[in-house]
Design a protein around this ligand. Structure first.
Ligand code: S3P
Ligand code: PEP
Length: 455
């Protein structure tokens, strides 16, 4: 389903202390991969805690279109996979809606098959660069017909025998790494991915869990070499998806900023490739207590108790970006209320997300009265802890550009700004966090829809 029929504006206002205990919906990255690997593996995969956001549901639909049987019984998703190498040719274009992850990983997964598969998405996804995935697939022998600049719509056709490659990932991207590895699943021999900067490792861990012969070697400089033996058997698994740390970021930052708040967020994924925001906020002086750390399904998980804190500005180093890449918009909002200056470095990848997030964040901050500078790959925010004068005084809403994280970040901003903050669309939040409004208002946040208008 592609979003974008009608905009649904929403407004948030200065709120009193946020209080309560919440459970965050499942991690989006792990949920996409659960549908993909379950849909591909032999036998049955059972998933609980799956994120039922639009992005993930679209991945489920595309796996169904390629032969997986997927149903929900009670709280459990039950999948009968096709078996590795046995996906069926999709009869219609595969529509990934707003999801870069769903689209790029599936390009790898099915692009190497010797039949046509066509990829489409919404207006946001159609603008995003696909060459980063299509280029290594071309090296593996895949033919590509794509719109100008390697954009969607794109049609891929694999050769009769794909070529195993050694690919050094040129940018810090788990999606690119994963696409090459997933192409390697249906390629004879060893596909090797060299990852100079570590990104989220869910593909590696989950493929090992499904029985793939995959090894990871890390050298003294931290460069990782991932080797996958193609055309092996994958076997269905039982998966319990932990809570999404990227969704957690919104109630977490809200609790830090709203005076008197004390919020507990349960069952949060604490994989070290995903915890950069928590580390950064702790450096800024945040009171985040990590409670009951435990291992669940091979992943670190914990409960987080978050209390209102006076934050101070810090410099966030470029090498931390991969571990908090989706959290910069909400970190920028936290920085707007910190004492002093926060400097964020190494943000080039933000320009190719659902929106150009660096511009979207800087524009939104400026619209709401925040003193900030957007550089080519940097953002500098000079904070004002009182929030005095902040808010949409001009009456113009924040433009979200079909970007869920821009919408949620600025709704958090309104909870502590002197004036209300309005965003032009909150409907897009359903791509990653459909429960956002209810969860936030349940804690005491004043967020409400404002009258709709046609797009
Ligand atoms: O592999 C994944 O699940 C993801 C990787 C990241 O994208 P990039 O690979 O483009 O950095 C991230 O921004 C996205 O939300 C999810
Ligand atoms: C970048 C994101 O997702 P995707 O690339 O899957 O659209 C995100 O969820 O912030």
């Amino acid at each position: 389903m592609s979003h974008g029929v009608a905009l649904k504006p929403a407004r948030s206002q200065k709120s009193a202390d946020l209080k309560g205990t919440v459970r965050i919906p499942g991690d989006k990255s792990i949920s996409h991969r659960s549908f993909m690997f379950g849909g591909l593996a032999s036998g049955e995969t059972r998933i609980t805690g799956l994120l039922e956001g639009e992005d993930v549901i679209n991945t489920g639909k595309t796996m169904r279109a390629m032969g997986a049987k997927i149903e929900k019984i009670g709280d459990e998703w039950i999948i009968q996979g096709t078996g590795n190498g046995a996906l069926l040719a999709p009869e219609a274009p595969l529509d990934f809606g707003n999801a870069g992850t769903g689209c790029r990983l599936t390009m790898g997964l099915v692009g190497v098959y010797d039949f046509d598969s066509t990829f489409i998405g919404d207006a946001s996804l159609t603008k995003r660069p696909m060459g980063r995935v299509l280029n290594p697939l071309r090296e593996m022998g895949v033919q590509v017909k794509a719109a100008e600049g390697d954009r969607l719509p794109a049609t891929l056709r694999g050769p009769s025998t794909p070529n195993p490659i050694t690919y050094r990932v040129p940018m810090a991207s788990a999606q690119v790494k994963s696409a090459v590895l997933l192409a390697g699943l249906n390629t004879p021999g060893i596909t090797t991915v060299i990852e100079p900067v570590m990104t989220r490792d869910h593909t590696e861990k989950m493929l090992q869990g499904f029985g793939a012969n995959l090894t990871v070697e890390t050298d003294a400089e931290g460069v990782r070499t991932i080797r996958l033996e193609g055309r092996g058997k994958l076997t269905g698994q039982v998966i319990d998806v932990p809570g999404d740390p990227s969704s957690t970021a919104f109630p977490l930052v809200a609790a830090l900023l709203v005076e008197g708040s004390d919020v507990t967020i349960e069952n949060v994924l604490m994989n070290p490739t995903r915890t950069g925001l928590i580390l950064t906020l702790q450096e800024m002086g945040a009171d985040i207590e990590i409670m009951n750390p435990r291992l669940a399904g091979g992943e670190d998980v914990a409960d987080l108790r978050v209390r209102h804190s006076q934050l101070k500005g810090v410099t966030v180093p470029a090498d931390r970006a991969p571990s908090m890449i989706d959290e910069y918009p909400v970190l920028a909002v936290a920085a707007a209320f910190a004492e002093g200056t926060t400097t964020m470095l190494g943000l080039e990848e933000l320009r190719v997300k659902e929106s150009d997030r660096l511009s979207a964040v800087a524009d939104g901050l400026k619209l709401n009265g925040v003193d900030c500078d957007e550089g080519e790959d940097t953002l500098v925010v000079r904070g004002r802890p009182s929030g005095k004068g902040y808010g949409n005084v001009s009456g113009a809403p924040v433009v979200t550009h079909l970007d869920h994280r821009i919408a949620m970040s600025f709704l958090v901003m309104g909870l502590v700004s002197e004036h209300a903050v309005t965003v032009d669309d909150a409907g897009i939040i359903a791509t990653s966090f459909p429960e956002f409004m209810d969860l936030m208002t349940g804690l005491g946040a004043r967020i409400e829809p404002v009258e709709s208008r046609a797009a």
